[in-house]
Design a protein around this ligand. Structure first.
Ligand SMILES: NC(=O)c1ccc[n+]([C@@H]2O[C@H](COP(=O)([O-])OP(=O)(O)OC[C@H]3O[C@@H](n4cnc5c(N)ncnc54)[C@H](O)[C@@H]3O)[C@@H](O)[C@H]2O)c1
Length: 366
């Protein structure tokens, strides 16, 4: 058999999360790997899995462990792996600096070193497009790096540290905000969808900070999975690739889709007023306003959901996620989901409803 016909063994770190689980499903459905193993510190039963995902976990090996500890990581890597995909990280906002260090840069360096020891031929490290300097010009891979949160500082540090690891063949993926079936609180778009539903329920117009032009570029999870697979065999070690669709999503275009879907009105208070109010006060006000009706709305259908409308301060700043995702196209990649639109929002909501994470019917109180 020619070497090209031999399918690789793939270890997916953080494989219970949105991205890791989706990549595992993709590899299985497309029959791309000889063996797939998932590692996560949390057990799959803690996640709202669809029937298809539950079936996935019967077909792959699952290993449980905290990858921030070298001896645990070594045990979780037992065997030899052609490809290691690191999608394990702390993705919740408002954690301490120490937590981000432990669960992003320390974890990533430990896993990259362990991968070398276990024969890894290609290590794929997930990073974020939020490591770039906020800009209205789409950031390319060589654009200025200037993260504004501790979380994203740790990604940058991790990128720099794994570049020093001898014998590591690796690729960095910096993605715009990811959305699609299976998304959870790790995706910045999700609380905004939940807030859209709340405004339908309370029958008020949705008011937003800043302006409609605030850049909020995104990429669909299907394209993230396809791109990850391509990068297991293409690109040179040390390469960085952005992922972002062609839709150039902004706060305005996202609200347009939410408005059409939920039948709500919206407006922006503008930069001047946002500065005057202050992001922290705006956060307190909006979260207080949203959490109670969301709880009431879910209670109507007896839903005990883990998703939340809560918007952390980091997600309410005027940081612009503006990303040029075209470099990967030179490797032959084509985005198959060009933009976020009404059909894509429907796909996301239907998936959340199926997982009993989102109410099926949203009545209007007024
Ligand atoms: N979701 C997005 O919109 C988005 C955008 C840009 C970048 N990314 C990056 O993609 C990667 C995956 O994101 P995601 O959306 O799947 O997040 P997620 O929170 O859904 O999944 C992360 C997984 O990592 C696991 N994990 C965390 N710490 C661990 C540890 N110490 N040991 C073992 N497992 C651990 C968690 O249990 C979780 O299952 C992250 O690096 C994230 O920053 C995601």
């Amino acid at each position: 058999m020619a070497e090209a016909d031999i399918k690789p063994s793939v270890l997916i770190l953080g494989g219970c999360g949105f991205v890791g689980r989706s990549i595992a499903m993709y590899l299985l459905e497309e029959k791309l790997a000889n063996k797939v193993c998932i590692v996560d510190k949390l057990a799959p039963v803690l996640f709202r899995l669809t029937e298809k995902e539950q079936e996935l976990f019967t077909k792959i090996e699952f290993r449980s462990g905290n990858l921030s500890k070298p001896e645990v990581a070594d045990k979780c890597f037992e065997g030899s792996w052609d490809i290691v995909v690191n999608a394990a990280a702390e993705t919740r906002y408002a954690q301490s600096d120490a937590v981000y260090k432990e669960r992003i840069s320390t974890l990533g360096v430990i896993c990259a070193r362990t991968a070398v020891n276990h024969g890894c031929k290609r290590f794929i490290q997930f990073s974020s497009a939020r490591v770039y300097k906020s800009s209205r010009n789409p950031n390319k891979e060589n654009s200025e790096l200037k993260p504004t949160t501790t979380m994203h500082n740790e990604y940058l540090l991790l990128e720099q540290e794994i570049a020093k690891i001898e014998g590591l063949n690796y690729i960095i993926i910096r993605t715009a905000d990811i959305y699609g079936p299976g998304m959870n609180n790790s995706s910045p778009m999700l609380p905004r969808i939940v807030v859209g539903a709340i405004y339908k329920y309370i029958g008020e117009s949705m008011m937003l900070l800043w302006s409609k032009s605030l850049e909020m570029n995104v990429v669909h999870i299907t394209d993230v999975c396809r791109a990850t697979w391509l990068l297991t065999s293409k690109g040179e070690s040390g390469d960085v690739y952005n992922l972002a669709d062609k839709g150039s999503t902004t706060q305005g275009s996202l609200c347009e889709v939410l408005s059409a879907y939920f039948g709500i009105k919206y407006s922006f208070i503008g930069s001047l007023v946002t500065h005057a109010v202050g992001v922290e006060d705006a956060k307190e006000y909006s979260n207080e306003k949203h959490v109670a009706p969301w709880t009431a709305l879910c209670a109507l259908e007896g839903i005990n959901t883990s998703i939340t409308p809560y918007l952390n301060e980091e997600l309410l700043t005027d940081y612009e996620v503006c990303v040029n995702g075209s470099k990967i196209e030179a490797l032959g990649f084509q985005y198959i989901v060009p933009e976020f639109n009404l059909d894509r929002l429907k796909e996301v909501v239907d998936d959340l409803v199926a997982r009993q994470q989102f109410p099926k019917h949203i009545p209007s109180k007024s």
